[in-house]
Ligand binder design. Structure first.
Ligand SMILES: Cc1ncc(COP(=O)(O)O)c(C=O)c1O
Length: 456
């Protein structure tokens, strides 16, 4: 069925009626906001008919299998006709099937709890940690550690556990029970060390923080496997095994936020699988159904799940959480088809090959332009940090990254940038094209950035 609306009229409606996410609307008194109309593969078209190559998978690392997949739409449609909804207090077929297939990809895990967004999936994990604290020591072991520069979502608890000062500004007061760990960006080591000549202080600092907070008060830690919106920061290979060891020593649950990296972004099913450790909880959202339906998951071990089992006469000892749309039913139907596509089209392999190619091409730009201080990333998840001076590493002003992204957009390529996350480091460009990217797509992205840098 075709949409009866005129796309140009939609721009007017948008201008008059819609309030966009993290967007200042004042400029729209003079200019039109971008309104997208359709997408196919890696490309999207706006209401004025201009086509763009999308190097950020729907703006925020989401459309992993690309736009316009009829089989995704069919899977959702067929499921909605069969059974659109029943609360996840009961099961449904796609939710059960997807949970089973997901657990196959996650050795050591056994249970999937469904919700609707990354923020919500993280909140569920926090509630699990807090409730376990109530089971085991009157709620004392309830504190959750998070890391500087990581983002965990938009709700107040998720923001309370987010290490991005500018993103949080004016939304306080925040919740108690959260404590911040130093970030792990080698390029700007918070301990003034250099990788190769350090003792991975950024990981060992966790023990210092747990001891400061009191080991009997710390129940969990949430970490992105690779910091995303905080500037694409893959930790050193030794980082997570050290974190795991400290968590085991102090009986702290290790929660990995795979909202961005989950389902293939780094060339593995999950970002944590690039490192030698197993977490206790994993959350995921965005790429799980590539934006064709809303779904998020909080995945736990059987050991955690078992602690919530008790005699039904116990009025409190079960997970007393509900989320109206969680797990019903379009989300898991889309997630099943999404996973089939990733497997049948060998997209993990493609991400590894194309990610390495993209990183090589970005390093070529680094050789050409002194403004590029660092290139880092894994798979089709790459970032570039811009500096005024390579020796002092003084970050460029955000107007520079805005100009580069604007130039690329004008030339038909959408790239990402750290968007007012923290005062000083809005100096990163981000690239996360769909997992179906070809060499030609990557060349087009790199050429657009090259031209934008040359035009500065
Ligand atoms: C690492 C990470 N966690 C959680 C979230 C929150 O997800 P959502 O916007 O779906 O609530 C995001 C969103 O960008 C994210 O990048």
């Amino acid at each position: 069925m075709s949409n009866p609306f005129d796309p140009i009229k939609a721009v007017e409606n948008d201008k008059e009626r819609c309030w966009h996410h993290i967007t200042q609307h004042k400029p729209f008194e003079q200019n039109d906001p971008p309104v997208f109309v359709e997408g196919k593969g890696m490309r999207i078209t706006d209401a004025k008919g201009k086509e763009y190559l999308d190097a950020v998978s729907g703006g925020v690392w989401t459309v992993n299998v690309g736009y316009g997949r009829e089989s995704m739409a069919d899977a959702v449609r067929d499921q909605l006709v069969k059974l659109c909804y029943f609360a996840n207090t009961a099961g449904n077929v796609p939710a059960a099937q997807f949970a089973d297939q997901l657990i196959d990809k996650m050795p050591g895990f056994s249970r999937v709890y469904y919700s609707n967004s990354g923020s919500e999936a993280n909140e569920k994990a926090y509630k699990i940690i807090r409730q376990l604290a109530h089971f085991n020591n009157n709620g004392k072991k309830h504190k959750i550690i998070y890391r500087d520069r990581d983002y965990h979502g938009t709700t107040i608890a998720a923001l309370s556990s987010t290490g991005q000062s500018e993103r949080k500004a004016q939304y306080g007061p925040f919740l108690s029970g959260f404590a911040e760990l130093e970030h792990c960006c080698c390029y700007r080591c918070p301990f003034g060390k250099e990788y190769g000549n350090c003792d991975i202080e950024c990981a060992r600092a966790l023990e210092t923080l747990i001891l400061k907070e009191g080991p009997d008060t710390v129940g969990g830690i949430i970490l992105e496997p690779i910091t995303a919106g905080g500037g694409v920061i893959p930790p050193a290979p030794e980082y997570f095994p050290i974190i795991r060891e400290i968590c085991d020593k102090y009986d702290v649950l290790l929660h990995i936020d795979e909202v961005v990296c989950g389902i293939g972004r780094t060339g593995k099913w999950f970002g944590y699988q690039n490192y030698d450790f197993t977490p206790d909880m994993v959350t995921m959202a965005k790429g799980v159904a590539s934006g064709y339906a809303a779904i998020s998951c909080t995945v736990t071990t059987e050991k955690i799940f078992e602690q919530f089992k008790a005699d039904p006469s116990d009025r409190e000892r079960y997970f007393r959480d509900i989320s109206t749309f969680g797990g019903c039913t379009a989300g898991p139907a889309a997630a099943l088809e999404n996973m089939r596509i990733v497997e049948e089209e060998n997209l993990l392999e493609n991400v590894t090959t194309m990610g390495a190619y993209m990183q090589d091409r970005l390093f070529e730009l680094k050789d050409k332009y002194d403004i590029i201080g660092d290139v880092r990333g894994v798979g089709l998840f790459q970032g570039m940090e811009l500096v005024k001076d390579r020796t002092t590493k003084e970050p460029v002003d955000e107007t520079v990254t805005m100009k580069i992204a604007g130039h690329c957009m004008q030339n038909g390529v959408i790239i990402g940038r750290t968007n007012r996350s923290f005062e000083k480091y809005n100096n990163n460009l981000c690239f996360s094209p769909a997992l179906i990217s070809t060499k030609a797509d990557i060349d087009e992205i790199v050429t657009a950035v090259d031209n934008a840098l040359a035009a500065l």
